[in-house]
Design a protein around this ligand. Structure first.
Ligand SMILES: Cc1cc2nc3c(=O)[nH]c(=O)nc-3n(C[C@H](O)[C@H](O)[C@H](O)COP(=O)(O)O)c2cc1C
Length: 208
């Protein structure tokens, strides 16, 4: 299946068939999230993977469309950071230094410019910036899944306060941005048989 075929086959599933995705396939999909590009490379997010049936059941009341949660194989929850402090940036640079075997001093200029860039942002700006990065992760996970023949439904229709409570997320420092239910489409899901509704090219694209 090529890229466009995978994207055309993809649709937002309303009901999965409850089958569990093989571990290796799940691993490949998650790697695509890990390989996502992020502004300054700071990856201001965390990716939670809900695999326990018990936890899925607990989360059902938090969703406005619960049918995906009760039938999916896994629920991926993308959490965006609300704050970036100096210790987070220090950790990032220690990691670069270790992975690339570069002395920390050689990264000083880059570190200074990142510190300046981040420090001048308000908390709202940090959070808006972090959320944008989270949606890149969402898109990569969704399309990697499509190529692996795994179905998905991106979901923003939830009560974030409920999810945060259930998953033990600290709302002072983090926020649930978006979730992705993954699994296999149920034959009963009528949406898979519907045509895609998209703007015509002349309304969507403009060549200049
Ligand atoms: C960020 C985002 C959030 C979404 N939230 C929901 C949701 O909460 N519930 C749902 O059933 N579909 C949700 N959708 C699916 C959209 O309704 C769907 O992508 C759109 O109607 C196009 O249909 P298609 O994905 O089947 O091609 C969401 C999609 C995106 C990208």
């Amino acid at each position: 299946m090529n890229y466009l075929e995978a994207l055309s086959r993809r649709y937002s599933v309303k009901k999965f068939n409850k089958e569990i995705i093989p571990q290796e396939t799940l691993h490949n999909i998650l790697e695509s999230g890990k390989l996502s590009a992020s502004s300054l490379g700071l990856q201001p997010y965390k990716i939670l993977i809900v695999e326990s049936e018990e936890m899925k059941q607990k989360l059902i009341p938090a969703f406005y469309n619960p049918s995906q949660i009760s039938t999916c194989s896994h629920l991926i929850v993308i959490i965006s950071k609300k704050t970036i402090d100096e210790s987070y940036i220090r950790g990032y640079f220690n990691h670069i230094s270790e992975v690339r075997d570069i002395p920390l001093e050689n990264l000083d200029l880059f570190k200074k410019s990142i510190n300046q860039h981040i420090v001048q942002k308000s908390q709202d700006e940090i959070f808006n910036w972090a959320e944008k990065q989270s949606y890149i992760v969402l898109a990569n996970l969704m399309y990697a899944a499509a190529i692996e023949n795994i179905d998905t439904c991106p979901m923003e229709g939830f009560r974030e306060d409920m999810i945060e409570k259930i998953l033990g997320i600290n709302p002072e420092t983090e926020k649930v941005t978006v979730t992705l239910a993954i699994g296999y489409r149920s034959e009963e899901d009528a949406f898979q048989y519907m045509k895609k509704v998209r703007k015509p090219n002349e309304k969507l694209f403009k060549f200049i």
